[in-house]
Design a protein around this ligand. Structure first.
Ligand SMILES: O=C(O)CCC(=O)C(=O)O
Ligand SMILES: [Mn+2]
Length: 252
């Protein structure tokens, strides 16, 4: 399926992209291009695809939901520091899940942090949140600024290498509300994140999530799409992913 993107309002010379109306006319920016002006993501000759502005984002016009990517929500220096702090400062846990009566180890390390009332059941187990750490509070502030949504909890996943991953699922638990809004932050090695429509197999989206990126899944996406982080034979290093969520309880 042909994917188009909508780039934000910076001139091409600044972001290394061509294709938007403003790039073509040398516009100085100041507004977001309309859908009709959406552009193809490709680097200008001699440029790599870099997004120096944290606010630069790409909206994928998918059916039945919304997907937005901020490829450089954190610059390399910030992302490196946060990655190191999370590696050291989080009490990473192994976790077991019962599938068809058999207990299996989940192929990744996990942690659950958030506000006190944000209790969450995933992989069949209820989880009490641990408090915010300075690194988590810093990430939360940036994610809130970019996404304009107030998250009260975060699920952390640590993929030690390509043998760690996450199977097809939707983040559609009852405590996430009717249309869950999920902001997914990636630090560390790039891994491929896959989305597929539940009933329309021609609708798929594969995204290589960069170090320091934020991916927002919203609207009705969790009702109609599944997502996964497949295991890979490609040699790869560690990756940390934080999925920010709002848990609705009677007191949240
Ligand atoms: O690691 C990722 O990119 C995906 C994580 C995810 O889907 C989840 O935590 O529910
Ligand atoms: Mn998920």
């Amino acid at each position: 399926m042909l994917q188009r993107i909508i780039v934000d309002c910076r001139p091409a010379a600044a972001n290394g992209l061509v294709g938007s109306r403003q790039a073509a006319t040398g516009g100085a920016g100041g507004r977001v291009p309309s859908d009709a002006e959406s552009a193809t993501l490709r680097p200008m000759p001699g440029h790599s695809c870099r997004f120096p502005e944290p606010s630069a984002c790409i909206d994928w016009p998918v059916v039945d939901g919304d997907v937005t990517l901020w490829p450089s929500a954190f610059d390399t220096v910030e992302a490196d520091a946060l990655y190191a702090e999370l590696m050291e400062g989080i009490d990473w846990q192994t976790e077991d899940v019962v599938i068809f009566g058999r207990s299996q180890r989940v192929p990744r390390l996990v942690a659950w942090h958030g506000e006190r009332q944000a209790r969450y059941t995933y992989s069949g187990t209820p989880h009490e949140p641990l408090p915010w750490t300075p690194a988590l509070s810093a990430v939360r502030r940036r994610v809130t600024t970019l996404c304009g949504f107030d998250f009260n909890s975060v699920l952390l996943n640590r993929y030690r290498d390509g043998r760690d991953g996450m199977g097809w699922h939707a983040d559609d638990e009852r405590e996430l509300g009717r249309n869950p809004v999920i902001a997914s932050v990636s630090f560390g090695d790039v891994r491929r994140f896959r989305l597929k429509h539940r009933r329309r197999p021609e609708h798929r989206l594969d995204l290589d999530l960069p170090h320091g990126s934020v991916l927002l899944m919203s609207g009705s996406l969790q009702h109609h799409w599944l997502h996964a982080l497949p295991k890979t034979d490609r040699p790869c290093g560690e990756r940390i992913n934080l999925t920010w969520r709002r848990i609705f309880t009677t007191s949240a």
